[in-house]
Design a binder for this molecule. Structure first.
Ligand SMILES: Nc1nc2c(ncn2[C@@H]2O[C@H](COP(=O)(O)OP(=O)(O)OP(=O)(O)O)[C@@H](O)[C@H]2O)c(=O)[nH]1
Ligand SMILES: [Mg+2]
Length: 328
């Protein structure tokens, strides 16, 4: 007997697949149960969902074990993307998070001030990007946090202190990342998982530019990383270079904003869909609903098309800022 599930069920199921924490997973499963009609055709599914909820509840009550994926050492992703700050003690990670987001981390002149991650949301044009202030990369007590958060972040922001030798700091950071089995992917390369290391996209901030007024330390850093990682000179204290940081973070997250236009209406330009760069019209449709993707006939694009409202097909890759109208 067919289950005949309503479309809302599939939306809840999608939320379940995307949920990253146990409470979120349980919530989605409960929603799926509530939406699901009760009859013979759904009996089995009912049982499966119930037992999933029971298992997750048990897992939650038992408490997370260190080192387990998605366990205690996990910072829930929010906004359009998650970027984690990496650096030696006192380089100014917390100061940057304090000036770029609404968060208020502790800042102090002594090292190892930050002992656990703290996230804040950085406004960029019409979206919010999550910045995660991390303990110093050399902090042995923070290893489980560093291991889990840096591997899962969408982007690493290396924060260097320009009043000290920046290349020495780069070496130190790379050595520590190496022991965490993380490597730095050159920008523009989609990181794969084919080595023993997890490659992460990375950008570099030379902070305390107010203490490097001649730009000598910054030039060395920029030259060393030319063609590999974007580098910006910043002073968190003087609030200089912050706009460049916002731009670089957005561009290195590898995401685009696409606006949906309902037929015959205007697109809501304050509410973009966030997609990976190189996504297709198919992905746009999928992110709305898989049924829409299945039944999609064609789409129209305003922005990157040859002309406004150009008809495109499933394989077309929209660009950041495009307006898309889906026709089913
Ligand atoms: N001159 C100058 N000092 C800064 C700048 N940014 C931060 N500092 C100072 O550097 C010190 C360390 O700043 P934090 O933001 O706590 O550094 P952190 O990297 O978070 O340090 P840990 O959490 O210990 O790893 C503080 O005394 C800050 O006031 C800057 O742009 N210029
Ligand atoms: Mg700190």
């Amino acid at each position: 007997m067919p289950a005949n599930l309503p479309p809302q069920y599939f939306e809840a199921e999608k939320a379940y697949r995307q949920a990253r924490t146990i409470p979120d997973k349980i919530e989605s499963l409960e929603r799926m149960l509530a939406i699901m009609p009760k009859h013979k055709g759904t009996d089995r599914l009912h049982g499966v969902l119930r037992s999933k909820i029971a298992r997750l509840t048990q897992e939650m009550e038992r408490g997370p074990r260190a080192g387990r994926r998605g366990g205690m050492y996990h910072v829930k992703k929010e906004g359009a993307g998650q970027a984690a700050l990496v650096g030696i003690p006192n380089s100014g990670k917390s100061s940057l998070v304090a000036v770029l987001t609404e968060a208020a981390p502790r800042i102090a002149s002594y090292p190892l001030t930050t002992q656990a991650p703290l996230s804040g949301m950085m406004p960029f044009e019409n979206i919010l990007i999550q910045l995660v202030d991390m303990p110093a990369i050399t902090d042995r007590d923070a290893l489980p946090w560093l291991h889990s958060v840096l591997r899962n972040a969408d982007l690493l922001i290396l924060v260097l202190d320009l009043s000290q030798d920046p290349l020495e700091q780069m070496r130190l950071i790379k050595d520590e990342l190496d022991t965490l089995r993380i490597s730095l992917a050159p920008s523009g390369h989609e990181p794969g998982d084919d080595t023993l290391h997890t490659p992460r996209p990375a950008m570099i901030i030379g902070n305390k530019a107010d203490l490097d007024r001649q730009g000598i330390a910054f030039q060395r850093l920029a030259r060393e990383n030319a063609g590999r990682h974007p580098v910006a000179a910043v002073s968190a204290m003087e609030m200089e270079g912050l706009e460049e940081v916002r731009q670089l973070v957005f561009h290195n997250l590898g995401i685009i904003r696409v606006y949906l236009k309902p037929p015959g209406k205007e697109a809501d330009l304050s509410d973009p869909l966030i997609l990976k760069r190189d996504s297709t019209i198919d992905d746009v449709a999928e992110s709305v609903h898989k049924d829409i993707r299945q039944h999609l006939k064609y789409a129209q694009v305003w922005g990157s098309g040859k002309f406004a409202g150009q008809r495109v097909h499933r394989g077309y890759s929209p660009e950041d800022g495009d307006i898309v109208e889906l026709h089913v």
